[in-house]
Unconditional design. Structure first.
Length: 131
């Protein structure tokens, strides 16, 4: 009898744990790779905004977005994103003095259950014409 009682209690606790796990925030991006195509050095910086939705049941907080190098700078939604609502991660790339193809990334850390998410920016650098 005691064994059945302990087993029932363990199953009940496990059920609460699974429910609590599902209640966490969950980030879902519309895209994770963006190709700028040909980027002209003398055209200035280029920017792309990655949008996401909080598919979880608790507010989502983006703790940090870290770019792979100094030529790429991120900005993001700073306030908590409520369940079902949308937020953004905006990434700006400066092509000056960066010849050739480029492949830059940004890492997004949140309070969700997922591991940090990676974004990739691709493109081809078009060097300015020398006078």
């Amino acid at each position: 009898m005691m064994h059945k009682l302990l087993l029932s209690f363990a199953i009940l606790l496990l059920g609460f744990g699974v429910q609590a796990q599902q209640a966490k925030p969950a980030i879902s991006f519309e895209e994770e790779i963006f190709d700028f195509g040909e980027v002209k050095e003398d055209g200035g910086t280029v920017t792309h905004t990655f949008t996401f939705t909080n598919k979880g049941e608790q507010p989502l907080i983006v703790h940090n977005v870290r770019a792979s190098c100094g030529c790429t700078s991120p900005d993001w939604t700073r306030q908590p994103i409520q369940p079902g609502k949308r937020g953004f991660v905006k990434v700006t790339f400066d092509p000056r003095n960066r010849p050739g193809n480029f492949n830059k990334s940004a890492i997004v850390s949140t309070n969700g259950t997922e591991l940090p998410r990676y974004f990739v920016l691709l493109g081809r650098f078009c060097q300015r014409k020398k006078p």
